[in-house]
Design a protein around this ligand. Structure first.
Ligand code: ADP
Length: 485
């Protein structure tokens, strides 16, 4: 419900922002464009009227000359004026200059005296034209322009055109109507685009939310269908990757728990059988009883080791394992480990050789952790090498750390098992290793410890029966530890 509210508000905010920008932007643009268009229409109309009055002046001067010569009647001249008036949509007035023996009928105005408050007439007298706006005799807003009538190169009169201002307002209104319509159309299209955009942003977020809810309900197999090739698509991919990792972590944990319980159950069953026999079997002779007690001891010891390994492993997993700072000489540690394990090696007639560097190789680490690592590797070499084989441990000091190579001539590891040997409870050849003690936790623990100190471990084998080589690189300083305490 909370999520729903948040996403809805994102959509609303997006829409409000888009609509606001679109309306303000387009209104501003429309007003600006409207102003420009109005000015342009006025300028254009003014040019047109002035051009027209010049044409009328030219046209009527010819007719007036013909009228003076008696070639046109007054009625014919009037008709010509009328035609010009219809064409221009205004009214014409004729002002003669000086004494005129002729009558120009309804168009005639008193002879010129002064053109007070009629600047277009003054301008016409100078042979130019202009447009002015003022009220006519009926008090209506009118646009006036005038031009000189020239006969035989002499200004004989002035002709004035008056057009109602309404004409130009009509034109301007027409332009504004077109502009308004465009504004409505473009704004609607932009609003639709904004709606689509906000939807296309929110829709994938809803899908992501849906998937997150399913994940929180325990459906870890669910994935978001990624169809968007944008930032949200990347988030969806990251989400899927996270779900995949959580799923594999959970599966790993489940397998770990079931393996652990299995490994604990087997020795516990053996112990229970022995103790029951010891308690309830009256026919048990002393030798068998002692053997049972020894076997119980062995099982308890191996249980103890298993619990110790599990505890250490879980500490490294949780990042709670303290990286030690004891100063340890690798050569001495290796010598002491070889000595401890030499009875086991001797039992199988194995030749165990150690090649330490001439100088002491000092590192800062926990003695316990180092012992876990190299004891496990040596243990494996001894366990998986048949009688009469050889095991060698070479230690070389490098610039950034120390290189250990533990090589044996033992059973080797088949290529298909190699990628899995660091997995918890993995034993390469279960049938073959049934008689060899072990839980499959050793290498997993070794890897956790080595990597916690910023080191590396690899195990290589040419194949079954071809021996195994374990290489460990231990850095001088634990620069990039995975775990820290
Ligand atoms: P385990 O307790 O079985 O020894 P590890 O984790 O130490 O468990 O090793 C995992 C598996 O890797 C072993 O079961 C074994 O099959 C294989 N392996 C490890 N070291 C060697 C080796 N030196 N020679 C042959 N196989 C080995």
């Amino acid at each position: 419900m909370r999520l729903r509210l948040i996403t809805t508000s994102i959509r609303t905010r997006l829409l409000v922002a888009y609509v606001g920008i679109i309306l303000i932007g387009f209104s501003g643009l429309t007003v600006l464009a409207g102003g420009q268009i109005t000015a342009a229409v006025r300028a254009d109309y003014s040019q047109r009227l002035q051009y027209e009055i010049r044409l009328i002046a030219q046209g009527t001067s010819q007719s007036i000359a013909a009228y003076i010569r008696g070639e046109l009647t007054e009625a014919e001249l009037t008709a010509i004026f009328k035609a010009y008036e219809t064409q221009s949509g205004g009214t014409l007035a004729l002002y003669s200059i000086g004494e005129s023996p002729h009558s120009y009928g309804e168009y005639e105005r008193p002879p010129v005296g002064s053109f007070f408050n009629m600047p277009e007439m003054e301008t016409a007298l100078r042979g130019e034209t202009m447009l002015v706006e003022r009220k006519n005799e009926e008090g209506e807003d009118t646009l006036y322009t005038a031009s000189a009538i020239v006969l035989n190169r002499q200004v004989k009169g002035l002709i004035q055109l008056g057009v109602p201002s309404q004409n130009i307002q009509g034109l301007v209104l027409q332009r504004w109507a077109i502009l308004g319509l465009s504004f409505v159309l473009v704004t609607s299209a932009a609003l639709l685009a904004a709606l689509w955009l906000s939807r296309s942003i929110i829709q994938p977020l809803f899908a992501l939310r849906e998937s997150a809810v399913r994940l929180s309900q325990g459906d870890f197999s669910h994935r978001v269908t990624v169809t968007w090739k944008d930032e949200i698509g990347e988030v969806a991919q990251a989400f899927n990757e996270m779900a995949r990792q959580v799923q594999s972590m959970l599966e790993e944990q489940r397998a770990f728990a079931s393996n652990t319980s299995h490994e604990l159950r087997t020795p516990l069953t053996a112990i229970r059988l022995r103790t029951e026999a010891l308690r309830n079997d009256p026919t048990l002779d002393e030798t068998t009883a002692r053997r049972y007690i020894e076997e119980i001891d062995d099982e308890v010891a191996s249980l103890g080791n298993l619990v110790q390994d599990l505890t250490l492993l879980s500490r490294f997993d949780a990042g709670r394992a303290e990286l030690g700072h004891d100063q340890i000489d690798f050569a001495r540690l290796a010598g002491s480990l070889c000595q401890q394990l030499s009875p086991q090696a001797a039992e199988k007639h194995l030749e165990l050789t150690l090649s330490p560097p001439e100088q002491p190789v000092l590192v800062n680490a926990s003695l316990n952790h180092l012992t876990v690592v190299f004891r496990n590797l040596l243990d494996n070499a001894i366990k998986y090498t048949p009688d009469g084989g050889q095991i060698s441990w070479r230690i070389q000091a490098g610039e950034s750390g120390v290189y250990h190579t533990i090589q044996d001539t033992g059973s080797g590891i088949a290529p298909q098992h190699l990628p899995h040997i660091f997995e918890r409870f993995y034993r390469a050849d279960k049938a073959r290793s049934r008689d060899i003690p072990g839980t499959g936790l050793g290498l997993a623990l070794v890897k956790s410890v080595v990597e916690a100190y910023g080191g590396r471990i690899t195990v290589e084998s040419e194949g079954v029966g071809k021996g195994t080589t374990a290489c460990v690189f231990w850095p001088h300083s634990a620069t990039t530890p995975k775990n820290s305490g």
